[in-house]
Design a binder for this molecule. Structure first.
Ligand code: FAD
Ligand code: DHB
Length: 389
């Protein structure tokens, strides 16, 4: 098989890239290890920044998001027994949408298939070859047959555990930056109307908790936990007791309970691997960087990488210039490091660190007080949250 751009992985990065390239008249083929049903059912991110909403709308795949997503003009920070609103729109003129990642995936898969785009699901043994030549290729197994795709470019959109980052030449010269946090998030999906119109990020001595939504009938709730814990160690009653203890303050607000129909635990890390390109192989999204989920930046960063790559590839094919592709790593890293900083800041501010001294805990509380009492500090936080940079 021959195509212009071979894309490894059908997550938000790979699917959106293929869609944007198609709109520019550039051919691509996506290979994905999982099934269509599996990628369309995996519960992950929920928050879309303004820039992510804009690109989905501008590229014609925003219709369901506009109809079913919930536009949020603010969120709440809860600590010390009180809730404080961060007025995103008042402070920045922008907003976010809560619309689940797997719905974005459904919209993008549908758009690619409607345009006769090629997505090969359930492939295995993916390997990349000749990435420093003009004719890179990917080999893999599909439906029991050995297949290969030759392309002008290979784009690694295969997430943190994919094959693309390890296939980058000169591994010994790569720079990897990493921080692993000593906690994880226990996430649940609950059949009930939202407890709060806006997201609540809560700091409590027992640990962080987050109230989010998925739809008018489903809540998404998280609480800080031991990353090595297992969901089976927690009865539903224990989960509710923990969430009530961390979230309910003295103002009468109540967390609505309902049937818990999904539970998972995720570990948390910050990670950046550079460079994000070598010859004709480029990395985008989680294959090159990870943020802890507290700032809701992961999927949004994948989208901003892909926007840069789509422009670079358009310039290459339409104008014969490799200039924007050449500066991809530098251009992408500017935003990535700021999002890494913000995600680390939100994580540091809101979680309980077992090893923190009493002094450090007071500093954490004082920083939160600063944010909710200083318009300048709140504006900086809001700008980062909506992605206004
Ligand atoms: P992925 O979504 O990981 O997609 C990679 C794809 O490649 C997968 O489908 C995988 O099956 C496939 N693949 C892997 N290996 C291979 C291979 N060898 N060959 C072919 N295919 C392969 N981000 C936000 O922006 N906002 C949020 O609110 C948010 N909340 C989150 C909450 C949770 C609980 C979690 C876990 C994450 C959250 N994130 C959030 C992060 C976000 O989900 C990720 O950053 C995003 O999925 C990255 O997209 P991607 O396309 O780069 O990678
Ligand atoms: C969700 C996830 C996040 O990481 C976040 O900061 C806000 C919301 C969610 O899954 O709804």
């Amino acid at each position: 098989m021959r195509t212009q751009v071979a894309i490894i992985g059908a997550g938000p990065a790979g699917l959106l890239l293929s869609h944007l390239l198609h709109l520019d008249g550039i051919e691509s083929v996506i290979v994905e290890t999982r099934s269509r049903a599996d990628i369309e059912a995996t519960i992950r991110a929920g928050v879309l920044e303004q820039g992510t909403m804009d690109i989905l709308n501008e590229s014609g795949v925003g219709q369901r998001m506009r109809g079913q997503g919930a536009l949020h003009h603010g969120f709440e920070l809860a600590f010390g027994g009180k809730r404080h609103r961060i007025d995103l729109t008042g402070l920045t003129g922008k907003a976010i949408t809560v619309y689940p990642q797997h719905e974005v995936i459904k919209d993008l898969v549908a758009a690619r298939l409607a345009a006769d785009g090629q997505i090969l699901f359930e492939v295995s043994d993916v390997a990349l070859h000749g990435v420093d030549t003009q004719t890179p290729s990917a080999t893999f197994m599909h439906n029991g047959e050995a297949r290969s795709i030759e392309a002008d470019f290979v784009i690694g959109c295969d997430g943190y555990h994919g094959v693309s980052r390890p296939a980058m030449p000169a591994q010994e010269q790569r720079k990897n930056f990493q921080r692993i946090y000593p906690f994880g998030w226990f996430g649940i999906l609950v059949e009930s109307a939202p407890s709060s119109e806006e997201l609540i990020y809560a700091r409590h001595e027992r640990g962080f908790a987050l109230v989010s939504t998925r739809s008018p009938t489903v809540q998404r709730l998280y609480f800080q936990c031991d990353p090595a814990d297992h969901v089976d160690n927690w009865s539903d009653d224990q989960i509710w007791a923990e969430l009530h203890a961390r979230l309910e303050n003295h103002d009468g607000w109540k967390l609505a309970e309902g049937k818990i129909f999904q539970k998972n635990i995720i570990g948390m890390r910050s990670f950046v691997s550079t460079p994000m390109q070598s010859g004709r192989l480029f990395l985008a999204g989680d294959s090159a960087h990870i943020v802890p989920p507290t700032g809701a930046k992961g999927m949004n960063l994948a989208v901003s990488d892909v926007k840069l790559l789509a422009h670079g590839l358009e310039q290459f094919y339409k104008k014969g210039s490799g200039e924007r592709l050449a500066s991809y790593t530098d251009d992408a890293l500017k935003r990535i490091w700021r999002a890494e900083y913000f995600s680390w800041t939100m994580t540091r501010l809101l979680h309980t660190f077992a090893e923190a001294t009493p002094f450090e805990r007071e500093m954490q509380r004082a920083e939160l007080e600063n944010i909710v009492t200083s318009r300048a500090m709140a504006t900086a936080l809001a700008e980062n949250y909506v992605g206004a940079f």
